[in-house]
Design a protein around this ligand. Sequence first.
Ligand SMILES: Cc1cn([C@H]2C[C@H](O)[C@@H](COP(=O)(O)OP(=O)(O)O[C@H]3O[C@@H](C)C(=O)[C@@H](O)[C@H]3O)O2)c(=O)[nH]c1=O
Length: 182
Amino acid sequence: MKVTNTKIPDVKLIEPKVFSDERGFFLETFQAERYKNVLGEDVYFVQDNHSFSIKGVLRGLHMQEKNPQGKLVRVVAGSILDVAVDLRPDSNWFGQWVSAELSEMNKKQFWIPPGFAHGFVVLSESAGFEYKCTDYYNPSDEIAIRWDDLDLDINWLISNPVVSEKDMNAITFKEYLRSVLK
Ligand SMILES: Cc1cn([C@H]2C[C@H](O)[C@@H](COP(=O)(O)OP(=O)(O)O[C@H]3O[C@@H](C)C(=O)[C@@H](O)[C@H]3O)O2)c(=O)[nH]c1=O
């Protein structure tokens, strides 16, 4: 597999080795021994998720504050733009974001360590999205930051996305900063 550091080096783009033949293809999407060299020794996944969304759906930006989740994400159908915003207080890249296009065709994975807000938008007619998490879902610990925050200024590639009510009522990055500085 090929691993590329993004501008925020702890966020990695992983291209698993794909074995294609006349039947179709095969790839390993996780293998503990090999992935520990990329993600770090202490990364341990406890939950797998799968969501399906139609074109223009944007989910995010989400993170759990006290029990942050590292996420190894991939697309099983269609294509999306995946975005990670660095909210690790001690990071040199605090407040910066990176993105990657993940698709059924390119089979890329994105590794987003704990401490990042995460979101994605569906670019194709629909998309199936699967991800492994290093901590359990805990809705009382979850915060949502506005996808269209002016300070973060994320290039989502599309305008007027379909968002959930929770994401419509998300806080701004400035409000988030005020809440952590309290
Ligand atoms: C995320 C999640 C949701 N749910 C339930 C709660 C709710 O009734 C329904 C839909 O939840 P949400 O609207 O929060 O789903 P969604 O907007 O897809 O939330 C996800 O967005 C992406 C960007 C992430 O990074 C994920 O960590 C997660 O926050 O599923 C679980 O039971 N377990 C989970 O782990």
